[in-house]
Design a protein around this ligand. Structure first.
Ligand code: SAM
Ligand code: SF4
Ligand code: F3S
Length: 446
């Protein structure tokens, strides 16, 4: 019988990377990937625990799968990711439909878990923090991702323990992959057609790998990647302001491939709140980073994450966040109401009135979205360099991204996929730009 796995992914880019690597792994025991639930005899849900109702969302999704397979043979049901790590055994007790629970640092054991379960029908649970073995194992399996823009995890886990955040508990302590392992994987991705690589880590700029007395940092990786001819663009995410060191900032002086969008979550514009969150930096320090980068290249733009209604956030604190947005004019930012997470320091703090938090969120989002709309509008009639990623679902238009990650939808030719082309922007909305290929780009293809 053909073995088919259906993988559904919630959460951050690191989960997306993991899902692809899980697939590279299960291929070894004969699985093909399917995009249809009903065709699957193995169903894997890669979960996220960052905010509210994460757990409920998982049980809801498993309920859906149960219904789909009511009249069919039950697939092997695997829950992976951060909820699996946080809940482990509990999940198997609460939902007998689940067969295997596997945490993010145990994916190297997934084939064994599937084979064991197929043989003896016993429930399997793997939630050890075993990051070194995970990456040593994965490095022996070729990364088969063939996307124009590919993710590459270089660092896992977090030692910062911001008071609101579950990541240090679900992903474990900080771990940086060996420098050479990352370079080899970069080469594999380039060979498979990657033109852009997005280096990933929960704290990507805390990357630090020591070998023979030398420390390799994110800056070293960026410089090395910059030297690969066939690679056009390099990005990294997510960074912490505390680790935005000068060696990293200085790469912006020399690299032509490092994109001019810096995603640097600030969470709040108030030092009081940053301190209560245990963020380990001040707004003044954040602004210094911004100014240093702007001095190197005035084109550089910032994007951020904001948490609204953190316990003890008052009107003055919120005003400071609004002022910071006015100053930095972030593009493409994310904002969420604080969500108490079990096991974190902030879990039991007194919440800001929900109605008040909702109002603040609406105000901040209006400002952030307006910045985005204005920014996109200002690009109309301009010619931009776009890295073409794929065809749109309609099969006619092409999809690509600007240097600032903004989506561009335009008429083009499939030969443009994987290339940087020039697109004249005709119209825009909050999230996307729409345009047409310039005559010179058309000629290059012809
Ligand atoms: N390491 C990154 C940093 O230091 O900013 C953040 C990684 S976290 C996976 C992504 C974002 O989720 C955070 O920047 C924060 O805005 C949001 N987040 C995390 N915990 C949250 C919570 N308890 N409530 C609301 N938003 C949260
Ligand atoms: Fe979470 Fe980022 Fe803070 Fe780490 S640095 S605890 S990942 S918000
Ligand atoms: Fe979510 Fe885990 Fe990523 S909690 S945001 S999937 S690190």
């Amino acid at each position: 019988m053909l073995k088919k796995i259906f993988i559904k992914t919630f959460g951050c880019q690191m989960n997306e990377y993991d899902s692809n690597r899980i697939f590279d792994t299960v291929k070894k025991i004969g699985f093909e990937r399917t995009e249809k639930y009903v065709d699957a005899n193995c169903y894997l849900l890669n979960t996220c625990h960052i905010r509210d109702k994460a757990k409920e969302k998982v049980y809801h999704e498993i309920g859906r799968v149960k219904k789909i397979f009511r009249e069919k043979k039950k697939p092997i049901v695997i829950v992976a990711g951060c909820v699996a790590q946080a809940e482990n055994q509990e999940m198997l007790k609460r939902e007998p439909y689940i067969d295997i629970v596997i945490g993010p640092q145990s994916y190297h054991k997934i084939n064994e878990a599937i084979l064991n379960h197929s043989k003896n029908k016993k429930k399997e649970e793997e939630t050890e923090f075993d990051t070194i073995s995970k990456f040593n194992y994965l490095s022996q399996i070729k990364n088969k991702d063939s996307k124009v823009s590919s993710f590459l995890t270089i660092q896992e886990g977090c030692d910062k323990f911001c008071h609101f955040c579950v990541v240090p508990y679900t992903r474990g302590p900080e771990y940086s992959r060996p420098f050479d392992q990352i370079i080899n994987e970069t080469k594999e991705l380039i060979q498979s057609g990657a033109k852009e690589i997005i280096l990933l880590g929960q704290n990507v700029n805390a990357y630090s790998y020591n070998e023979e007395g030398k420390e390799y940092r994110l800056s070293d990786l960026l410089i090395k990647l910059d030297s690969f001819d066939k690679l056009e663009r390099i990005r990294y995410t997510t960074s912490h302001p505390k680790d935005m060191t000068d060696d990293l900032i200085n790469v912006y002086k020399t690299s032509s491939k490092l994109m001019p969008l810096v995603h640097l979550p600030v969470q709040s514009g108030s030092n009081k709140i940053l301190n209560l969150m245990n963020r380990k930096h001040t707004i003044e320090e954040y602004v210094v980073i911004y100014e240093k980068l702007k001095k190197i290249n005035p084109k550089i733009e910032f994007s951020s994450d904001f948490i609204i209604g953190y316990p003890e956030e008052d009107k003055q604190d919120f005003k400071m966040t609004m002022e910071l947005i006015e100053k930095i004019k972030f593009i493409n930012s994310y904002s969420f109401i604080f969500s108490p997470r079990p096991g974190t320091v902030a879990a039991d703090l007194k919440l800001v009135d929900h109605k008040e938090s909702k109002q603040r969120l609406e105000i901040i989002q209006e400002k952030l979205f307006n910045n985005q709309i204005k920014k996109n509008k200002s690009l109309e009639n301009k010619i931009l360099n776009v890295l073409v990623e794929n065809k749109m679902k309609d099969g006619i238009k092409l999809f690509g991204r600007t240097e600032f990650m903004t989506s561009v939808i335009f008429d083009g030719n499939i030969e443009n996929i994987g290339k940087i082309v020039q697109v004249e922007i005709i119209s825009s909305n909050q999230n996307s730009l729409f345009g047409k290929l310039t005559e010179s780009s058309k000629k290059k293809v012809a």
